[in-house]
Structures are given as structure tokens and as C-alpha cells.
Write a protein that binds this ligand. Structure first.
Ligand SMILES: [Zn+2]
Length: 294
């Protein structure tokens, strides 16, 4: 039974990843991702359900369209697998998800939603050198909502006890009585200041380089990063983003694939930084402060 949950979460991630591929494609063509059947981008033949099984269809078809035999981008199975693995990772990193209460479930869903948006930004920025507003604004909104949810314990109380009674008004009064209306505003202040510092730093780089080092989309992504990570994790994310970016940049220049002047999108590195900071930020910050600080 305990194995079934992780397997289900992984398979669910594969299916969601398949949808994210559609979102990435249709963001470019400005079609509605929820409307219309999927079709081959080359021959526009409508795809049957058995062409749309994540990863499996790609492997069975040898990476070619069933109808026109053109190569299907490897992006499709890669994004599907990455989504499945990311969902699994979030599930394993969450405590007690075998029998979660409402609160843990809400946190889990928040994280799944954020990881989907970040995956789309990662691939889209890599492909098209732009971070779409349609994705980065919802990411900022969700991170902000998460902080609000954290700051006002009344929401948490309502969420945890929603099953007890249908009388929400009395539940709210009860929560207020337990001092649950206004919590310490620390998480929100923490996130907001981190957002200001990250996006302000990116804005300086953007202005100083006239958009050559960093795009304006990265400035917006900085707002999300700060709200989502807060201190000290935002510094961990920035450190790893610049470190990985520098390493990849040097490798690409060495391979002469990219000259000094050519553009490398920065969004994917920022998102890798977010992932590292989210999974191990506390430990890394603690290690850093105990090793180098007084
Ligand atoms: Zn085709």
C-alpha cells in the first residue's frame, strides 16, 4: 500500500507533464491549452489517445509521428519524466504524506502548482529566450497567497478543521478566540524583503547591461523567488544560479557553441537555484554560517 502512493504520484506527474508540453507549445502559438485536441505540429493530423500516453507513445513510435514520420522533439518525454520525478521528489520531501491532514494537502498542492509553472518557464526560456507573463504572474500570485496563508493562522485553522463542522462562521469565531486572526507577520515581511532584494538586484543588472545580461522576465521571476524562498534561502538560490550559469557558460564557450556576445537564457539557472534552495537551502545556509561566520 505504501508503494502505491509514490507510484501514483509519479504517474500523475507524467500525465501533468504531458499537459505542460501542450501549454508550452500553445503559449507560443497563442492557442488555448484547454481547447481542442492535440495534433502533430508538422502534419496537423489529430492524435489518437494511444499517441498521447506519456513517454510510452514516444518510445513505441521510435520518436516519430505515426502519420508523417517526422521526428518528435525529445522535449516531450523529457518534460513528462521531469514532471513525474519532481512530483515524486516533492511527495518524498513532504512529511507524513501517507495520511496527510488538510494543511499538508494544501501545502502539497501549492508546491505541485509552483513546480508546474517553474517547469514551463524553464523550458520556454530555454527555447524562446523569454519568460511568459502568463506563467510568471500566476507564480508570483501563488507564492504571495502562500505567504498570506502562513501569516494568518485563521486560514490554517479553518483548513484543518473544515471537516469537523459545516458551520464556518462559528469555526472562524473560535479561531479568532484562539488568537488565530493575526499571526506574526514575519513570513510575509521576510518574503517581501527577499523579493525586493532579488528583483532589485536583477533590475540593476538589467539596466546596467541594457537587457544583455539578464532579461526583464528575470526581474519578475526574482519577485517570485523572494516570496517563495525568503531568507536565507534566496541567497542560496542566487549563489547556485550564478555558479551553475558560469560553469555552463564556460563549457559552451569552450565548445564554441556560444560566443561571448551570444545570449544564454538565465531563467533556467534561476529555477535550478530555486530547486536546490528549496530542497537543501536551510542546511546549506546553516553550514555556511557555521563555517565562515563568527
Ligand atoms: Zn505528423
Amino acid at each position: 500500500m505504501t508503494y502505491l502512493f509514490p507510484i501514483f504520484i509519479f504517474l500523475f506527474g507524467l500525465a501533468v507533464g504531458s499537459f505542460l508540453n501542450v501549454v508550452i507549445y500553445r503559449l507560443r502559438t497563442q492557442e488555448n491549452a484547454l481547447k481542442g485536441r492535440s495534433c502533430c505540429p508538422y502534419c496537423h493530423h489529430q492524435l489518437a489517445w494511444f499517441d498521447l500516453i506519456p513517454v510510452v507513445s514516444f518510445l513505441l513510435l521510435g520518436g516519430k509521428c505515426r502519420y508523417c514520420k517526422k521526428n518528435i522533439s525529445r522535449q516531450y518525454p523529457i518534460v513528462e519524466t521531469a514532471t513525474g520525478l519532481l512530483f515524486l521528489l516533492i511527495f518524498l520531501a513532504s512529511r507524513d504524506m501517507a495520511q496527510p491532514d488538510n494543511l499538508q494537502l494544501i501545502d502539497f498542492l501549492f508546491l505541485l502548482a509552483i513546480s508546474c509553472l517553474l517547469l514551463v518557464i524553464f523550458v520556454y526560456d530555454l527555447k524562446h529566450y523569454i519568460i511568459p507573463n502568463e506563467i510568471v504572474y500566476p507564480a508570483i500570485g501563488i507564492a504571495f497567497a502562500w505567504r498570506i496563508f502562513e501569516v494568518f493562522p485563521i486560514f490554517r485553522l479553518l483548513a484543518t478543521r473544515a471537516g469537523e463542522t459545516k458551520n464556518w462562521a462559528s469555526l472562524a469565531v473560535q479561531a479568532l478566540g484562539e488568537g488565530g486572526a493575526f499571526g506574526f507577520p514575519n513570513p510575509l515581511v521576510n518574503g517581501a524583503v527577499a523579493a525586493l532584494i532579488a528583483s532589485g538586484f536583477f533590475l540593476l543588472l538589467f539596466l546596467a547591461s541594457r537587457g544583455k545580461w539578464i532579461g526583464f522576465g528575470d526581474v519578475k521571476l526574482g519577485i517570485f523567488m523572494g516570496l517563495f524562498l525568503g531568507f536565507p534561502n534566496i541567497f542560496v538560490a542566487l549563489f547556485f544560479a550564478f555558479l551553475i550559469g558560469a560553469i555552463i557558460g564556460v563549457i559552451l564557450m569552450g565548445a564554441r557553441k556560444k560566443g561571448l556576445q551570444s545570449e544564454i537564457p538565465f531563467g533556467p539557472f534561476l529555477i535550478l537555484g530555486v530547486l536546490i534552495a528549496y530542497l537543501a537551502g536551510e542546511e546549506i545556509a546553516q553550514w555556511y554560517f557555521s563555517s565562515f561566520a563568527l
